[in-house]
Design a protein around this ligand. Structure first.
Ligand code: GMT
Length: 377
């Protein structure tokens, strides 16, 4: 199959999943064309079957706002026609699904009928989508997609709750290539970040308000009252400065390290003892799954799709949003002794296996086959 993938090329989970999906499809022999405004950060070639087409918006003085959706639409038409795409898969409802619909109509007028699939990732529905000004476009493009997937059952239900959408939405969860994650800590990294045998906590996010990153610092402070510990903060975003200021006020700077954006977070994750995710809302929590794939247990909030990924008492522990006392108690419960740590590490790794690419990819391929069949009929 020749598949076009549209995604945000950044460190966000939707871009990471879209990129890994394209790579996994190419590994199975499909040809994959990424169409986006920048090269996806995790993109790599697979035997000449992965291509990248940049959507470049020129800066016309006439426009107050750059017309990205229109340029994306034209690029989709161009790539579909000239690369002979069989199908387009867009990640994130806006503006990708509406651009795909417009491209589909243009292609139809030129005698080509190409289906498009929309994968809903979370903030397109739970945050951005709740802005009433987007509602008509999101509802329309979900209804008109040839196939729609959501990354969790919770996100599927949120979509029905927030939009007057009637059509079927298929849950296909996010995935990881479990083999690509380290199976044991790296002694050199442990020595660098926890030189005195401290427990190593880690958080990864885009530091947006929805992540409640300050709560991570409060959880860490409470854990450190009971055991020697250090915290690694990975990622960057609008809240980072505020969180760094909080660390300075609390005089915890020596034990909290801000590593910024990292292309291969698994290199660090694999050497940590506990992943902390304090989000207010989270459709899935890909970063938590990546931690679990490295056998790192998770202390998280019980919001959105997180409980579908982090199983309470197995891969980690869950507690209500904002309850940093409960999250710290959960962290201490997991880290209390070697037996508990080993049990949760095993539970985390086993739970990650359920989301291995080998289990999830066939579900996308089956959907592709179904929509291609339906468009021919
Ligand atoms: O978490 C973010 O703010 C980024 C966002 C994105 O679109 O990249 O992540 C969403 O999609 C990820 C991949 O499906 C999910 O793992 C995240 O849970 C989801 N984020 C939220 O729902 C807040």
């Amino acid at each position: 199959m020749r598949i076009g993938i549209v995604c945000y090329p950044t460190f966000g989970g939707s871009g990471v999943v879209a990129t890994e999906l394209g790579i996994a499809l190419a590994q199975k022999g499909h040809t994959v064309h990424f169409i986006t405004y920048d090269r996806p950060v995790r993109l790599r070639d697979v035997e000449g079957r992965v291509f990248y087409h940049e959507v470049r918006v020129s800066d016309y003085p006439l426009f107050d706002y750059p017309p990205y959706e229109l340029v994306l639409t034209s690029k989709l038409v161009d790539v579909a026609e000239h690369e002979g795409l069989d199908l387009i898969h867009v990640h994130y409802a806006i503006p990708h699904a509406s651009a795909a619909w417009m491209a589909q109509r243009i292609l139809h007028s030129r005698g080509l009928d190409i289906p498009f699939i929309t994968t809903l990732h979370g903030t397109d529905i739970t945050l951005v989508g709740r802005d009433p000004s987007f509602e008509p476009v999101i509802t329309f493009s979900i209804e008109r997609s040839n196939g729609v997937t959501a990354v969790s059952e919770s996100l599927k239900q949120d979509t029905y709750a927030h939009f007057p959408v009637k059509r079927d939405i298929r849950v296909i969860p996010n995935f990881v290539c479990v083999d690509q994650y380290p199976s044991a800590p790296d002694p050199a990294l442990r020595q660098r970040y926890a030189p005195n045998g401290e427990k190593l906590l880690v958080h990864i996010s885009n530091f947006r308000p929805v992540k409640r990153v300050e709560d991570v610092v409060h959880v860490f402070r409470k854990v450190r009252e009971h055991m020697p510990a250090r915290l690694l903060m990975i990622g960057d975003g609008p809240e980072r400065q505020r969180v760094e200021n909080l660390c300075r006020q609390m005089k915890t700077c020596n034990d909290i390290l801000f590593l910024g954006k990292i292309t291969r977070p698994e290199d660090v994750l694999g050497s940590c003892d506990l992943f902390v995710l304090t989000s207010e809302s989270e459709s899935f929590g890909l970063a938590a799954l990546e931690a679990m794939a490295c056998s790192v247990p998770v202390v998280s909030t019980d919001t959105g799709g997180t409980p579908e990924v982090n199983i309470h008492g197995v891969s980690g522990l869950l507690s209500p949003v904002g309850d940093t006392d409960a999250m710290a108690a959960n962290a201490l419960e997991i880290l209390k002794d070697g037996t508990s740590i080993a049990r949760y590490r095993k539970g985390a790794w086993e739970q990650a296996q359920r989301f291995d690419v080998h289990n999830v990819l066939p579900r996308y391929e089956a959907l592709y086959a179904e929509v291609l069949e339906a468009i021919k009929a």
